[in-house]
Design a protein around this ligand. Sequence first.
Ligand code: IPM
Ligand code: MG
Length: 348
Amino acid sequence: MTLIALLPGDGIGPEVTAEAVRVLETVCGNRLTFEEAPVGGAAYKASGHPLPPTTLDLAKRADAILFGAVGDPDCDSLERHLRPEQAILGLRKELVLFSNLRPAKLFPELADASTLRPEVACQIDLVIVRELNGDVYFGEKGMRKTAEGLREGYDVMSYNEAEVRRIAHSGFKAAQARKGKLCSVDKANVLETSQLWRDVVIEVSADYPDVELSHMYVDNAAMQLVRNPGQFDVIVTGNLFGDILSDQASMCAGSIGMLPSASLDANGKGLYEPIHGSAPDIAGQQKANPLATILSAAMMLRYSLGMAAEADRIEAAVGAALASGARTPDLGGSLTTRQMGDAVLAAL
Ligand code: IPM
Ligand code: MG
């Protein structure tokens, strides 16, 4: 029996994960067992910590994790270690989920939903491989006083070569499984962290003579993503740059409500989540698009559970639902979250 840890979290998380669970139950029947636990602001409010030990334990025991979103404005003034976001950061770190795959591909039916011109938008078909366990996210941070008595915030950016090497391998392997092109994004013209990143990526490239490697500064990459997204196949980058570029790529592909992600450890165990946040402004109103979470569930079947055929079926059903005209408000339509789930179920 395959155990799925279901961590809906905050805001729209419960609504969108509910639709993904309906799809999974329909496609996989009783092959999956779900066990749910609180996470994020919901967990803080229930038990005083955003990632309670029982939730972490479930995530460790499970074969895979389906995650909604965390983030709750009620918690914005808490000490940082108690904020909802620490739950997802803690899961990524504790489970050593260092390799984050964020595919951005435009469903042809959504060419008009992108803010890019349709002929540019329809070129986008890329994967961002984002490092998740290091960078400025996990460096020393704090508040201090300067010698002049000014308040100063600091967050240390660093990567060691082992961290860069393992994510570089993820990037090269992802490129091998696709069109064989890898673009490493850094800021080596300014940052030492990035200089090491670039040096190590070049060293690792010796193992992958079949992959065409290029390098791009992150500011240029942000520009190229909207100018000509079709030039990219796989992008490998650090935690912070990957966070920013993946939101941008999602809009190029139509909506942030469309992008799934997989966060994997070295053995393929993974946490699956939409790249969007908890969207507190529309929480509980059935306005959220569940497709990013449904597509994340498909990635879970493919990458962690060896059910590629079932994953294909879900992805095809999402395409068919869109082709039939199903649209939530983010895509210019008026379906509820549940109705969008129904449209996918009908297309299965
Ligand atoms: C993401 C999110 C998270 C991140 C937040 C919620 C901590 O933006 O998964 O992209 O910054 O990684
Ligand atoms: Mg983000």
